[in-house]
Design a protein around this ligand. Structure first.
Ligand code: ADP
Ligand code: F6P
Length: 320
């Protein structure tokens, strides 16, 4: 394979730039031509494509966001949009594509691969919601960003003897809440994978109050079916504890990627280029333990992500 393309799609994630850099530099190292596609599938349909060289990915390793920019494309979800995208790839002579994005983006990649182009998928999302990989690019940075916020909030929460509901991202996957909650010492962690029980939440707050606990952190993933403000009100009414709300939202999606995310991005991107160079079929690349793994793309997307109930119970024990 001589000419390959790379795009970032869906919600951005810290480490996407490190992945783009590695795709370009590993591709050039193997004598390939690498084309950067702007704004995900939307830019692909529009033909917003430029050849990349060593210096077009210079000085981006440490930056959050994505220099290729990203988009959600409704047009691409249609058969017409996908056929158009394939025509554009063929017009540019692009024989293989690296897609960096979450579940939706990789499903888009699968559609393309079923129409004849080789696609290598890299897990680029803060959500950590892909079943075939232990971790996704951006997750570690997002968890550390949330952790830093929790640390600050604990200070003021203790001073005022308040409870604070902190809402973090995760529509279907509670991993950000779980990891940042456990490492930040949250008293309650609410995730979409576990049933929400207001009585359990309040019981724990009252228990804490009775043993002289100053602060209470309720870490809630956005996908839990209760509004953060309503939750704070319920807690206040039932426990008598003044309760505030912090919704971290997009703060979690930006920032300089951690070493772990840069490493995951660089290693998975290098693997993607190697597989394209070797003319392998479409794959999803991720990490299992400390090993970089590649699964058949369709098979990878059929793997359901298991929720780590052991970690969830450990967090509960540690915050009793
Ligand atoms: P993420 O990749 O972060 O999960 P989205 O779910 O929004 O983000 O997906 C990003 C883009 O991928 C969508 O805007 C769409 O263009 C494309 N996409 C998502 N799901 C599919 C699908 N089932 N088939 C084809 N394309 C899809
Ligand atoms: O990237 C995934 C994610 O961060 C989700 O956790 C969140 O619900 C969603 O993206 C919001 O993204 P946007 O508002 O950009 O569509």
């Amino acid at each position: 394979m001589k000419r390959i393309g790379v795009l970032t799609s869906g919600g951005d994630a810290p480490g996407m730039n490190a992945a783009v850099r590695a795709v370009v530099r590993c591709g050039l190292d193997r004598g390939m031509e690498v084309y950067g596609i702007q704004r995900g599938y939307e830019g692909l349909i529009e033909g917003a494509i430029k050849e990349m060289d060593m210096s077009s990915v210079g000085d981006i390793l440490h930056r959050g966001g994505t220099i290729l920019r990203t988009a959600r494309s409704e047009r691409f979800k249609t058969e017409e949009g996908q056929k158009h995208a394939l025509n554009v790839l063929s017009a540019f002579g692009i024989e293989g594509l690296v897609v960096i994005g979450g579940d939706g983006s990789l499903r888009g990649g699968l559609e393309l691969s079923q129409r004849g182009i080789t696609v290598m998928g890299l897990p680029g999302t803060i959500d950590n919601d892909l079943g075939y990989t232990d971790y996704t690019i951006g997750f570690d940075t997002a968890v550390n960003t949330v952790l830093s916020a929790v640390t600050n909030i604990r200070d003021t929460s203790s001073s005022h003897e308040r409870a604070t509901v902190i809402e973090v991202m995760g529509r279907h996957c509670g991993d950000i809440a779980l990891y940042a909650g456990l490492t930040g010492g949250a008293d309650n962690i609410l995730v979409p994978e576990m049933p929400f029980d207001i009585n359990k939440v309040c019981k724990k707050i009252i228990q804490g109050k009775n043993r002289g606990k100053m602060h209470d952190i309720i870490m809630k993933a956005e996908g839990v079916g209760v509004d953060a403000k309503e939750l704070a009100q319920m807690v206040e009414e039932r426990t008598g504890k003044e309760t505030r709300v912090v919704i971290l939202a997009y703060l979690q999606r930006g920032g300089s990627p951690t070493a772990k995310d840069r490493m995951l991005a660089s290693q998975t991107a290098s693997k993607a280029v190697e597989l394209l160079y070797d003319d392998e079929d479409s794959k999803a690349i991720g990490i299992c333990g400390s090993e970089i793994v590649a699964y058949d793309l369709e098979e990878a997307l059929s793997i359901k992500r298991p929720f780590d109930t052991d970690l969830y119970h450990l967090a509960d024990v540690l915050s009793k």
